[in-house]
Design a binder for this molecule. Sequence first.
Ligand code: SAM
Ligand code: 2KA
Ligand code: SF4
Ligand code: MG
Length: 212
Amino acid sequence: MKMSKEEVMNLVDQGLWLPLMEEFYTIQGEGYYKGTAAYFIRVGGCDVGCHWCDVKESWNANLHPPTEISEIVENAIKYSDTIVITGGEPLTWDMGPLTEALKAKGVKTHIETSGAYILTGTWDWVCLSPKKIKLPTKEVYEAANELKVIVYNKHDFKFAEEQAAKVNNNCILYLQPEWSKRNEVVPDIVNYVMKNPKWKVSLQTHKYLNIP
Ligand SMILES: C[S@@+](CC[C@H](N)C(=O)[O-])C[C@H]1O[C@@H](n2cnc3c(N)ncnc32)[C@H](O)[C@@H]1O
Ligand SMILES: Nc1nc2[nH]cc(C(=O)O)c2c(=O)[nH]1
Ligand code: SF4
Ligand SMILES: [Mg+2]
């Protein structure tokens, strides 16, 4: 029996179905788990609007088919015991049902988030990549395992310090070059990290490896 548009929208609102843009088994390219095999689930929908976003096709949730979470989970666990939920902005949606279903299967749940919305879901690892145009909520600063600030220009070092002051004490601090500006900003990041060794460098290593 085919569901009406309203019925599907209602299930998406509850996090029981999610707009699924793509999913792929790859190597985590960034941050603390870089180099580790993981299955990525890219959920559609984001209204943060970073001008340099490398997945703008994810923004419009209506372009990505609403998919039942049990289907997403059954497929994902075939590939890996580490599942990375990214987007788009995953916290656009209620991540509770998806992560509970993944945890019930005994796999690890990681999130890539701007933290711009209320934190939902059960997470083994939270990567917070804050954005000036829509700052993270308090709960995400407290839950973040790693802070990954994107450096597009020299002002971003000041933003990075402001964000580091807001995360919990155990949070690991990364500076990651914005991809199109990498040649300009990498020397500044290298100098900054040597002067301020509480920070580490994160690169988008999957782009160098030519993998998704
Ligand atoms: C596409 S976002 C999706 C998850 C979430 N919306 C967020 O921003 O964290 C995944 C990661 O890629 C980073 N990112 C996006 N575009 C980038 C770019 N052009 N250069 C470097 N990192 C980028 C984001 O900051 C985030 O850490
Ligand atoms: N290999 C790989 N690693 C990643 N780490 C974060 C990504 C993302 O887009 O969220 C990403 C991605 O798109 N590919
Ligand atoms: S928050 Fe993430 S998905 Fe949204 S525009 Fe920014 S980088 Fe792209
Ligand atoms: Mg990416």
